[in-house]
Design a protein around this ligand. Sequence first.
Ligand SMILES: *Cc1c(COP(=O)(O)O)cnc(C)c1O
Length: 395
Amino acid sequence: MPVSRGRDFLALPGPTTVPDEVLQAMHRPAVDIYGGELTGITDTCLADLRRVFRTERGRTYIYIANGHGAWEAALTNVLSRGDKILVLESGRFAVGWGEMAEPLGIEVEVLEAEPRRAVSAEALEARLRADGTGTIKAVLVVQVDTASGIANDIAALGQAIAASGHGALFMVDVIASLGSMPFEMDGWGVDVAVGGAQKGLMMTPGLSFVAAGEKARAAHAEAGLRTRYWDWTVREGEIHYMKYCGTPPVHLLFGLRKSLDMLFEEGMESAFRRHALLAGATQAAVERWSEGGALAFNAPEASERSPTVTTILLEEPHLGRLLDWCPELCNVSLGIGLGPLGGHAFRIAHMGYVNAPMMLGTLGAVETGLVALDIPHGRGGVSAAVDHLASRLKA
Ligand SMILES: *Cc1c(COP(=O)(O)O)cnc(C)c1O
């Protein structure tokens, strides 16, 4: 294609761009897994994950698994067959977590948000107050729903649970937000948090993480669904091999060590601000494009839009043509619509290892596609993104 020589841009909300430094850290021979350097790397990664989850009292576990594996790990470590959970729906992913629970013999109730809106703290509090006998053992929610592009207010949901006086565990999926926006496991009353490597943490797919607080560890002592591979207790001993219930993922650990170093070098607060700025630039562009009538934000409420991914409604035939055009002609891969948004939306990620030229390039490619394909849109989306960044980056 005439303009496609150069780097490919991955604007998917996972996997995301992996920094060259992280790839290089992984490019090395395997090492001894019973002693030496690797055992120290495990210890520092476990400790640093506590910093990332913002928990002092919680414990962290590293799984050789994608996010779905960590979902199952979280469920099996604290629940028993016949338990009931309440899934707070705001898109696709919390429901997906609930779908992992059903075959385990867990009863799943879904509390739906209003269409295209974040979960309501009032609705959660009311539902928990109505559960006088305490049949609900856990409340499951995602901080960012990567399908709908909606961010839930985890602090407010934690307060709602506390206000209801209900004893349910608060379990939060932060796979699409960890390291990219504020999350306070201890401060917000979260009992179990689930993260993944390949989104905001700038690593390859293959690792996922669970953090468990004191209340979750008490539930763990009674949990009937524990299996040896996922079991927290099995992973807590001194033997390095058992921290992974088998051979440690040597190369992934070298990569994770590097990606955590890079996150701390930037500073978590700075990373949050970078994500907010790049999300703002993306939203400014989408707002402008929406003036043409064909495109629209999936999340109508601006304050509920995720700082890591923007979901944009667009119908066929425009949608399929744009999703083909951007990678084929401009080397930019966009996220497709998921679940009910399949065939009705695309997604632009601004998550992980991204900077202003990468985002402006991505937005520029999308806008070029909108022009080239005659998709009705408000002109000047990239200019709006530039104005957004320039006004906030003034010296
Ligand atoms: C990506 C994602 C998952 C699933 O993770 P996999 O690694 O694809 O299994 C779960 N929850 C959220 C919020 C995600 O963004």
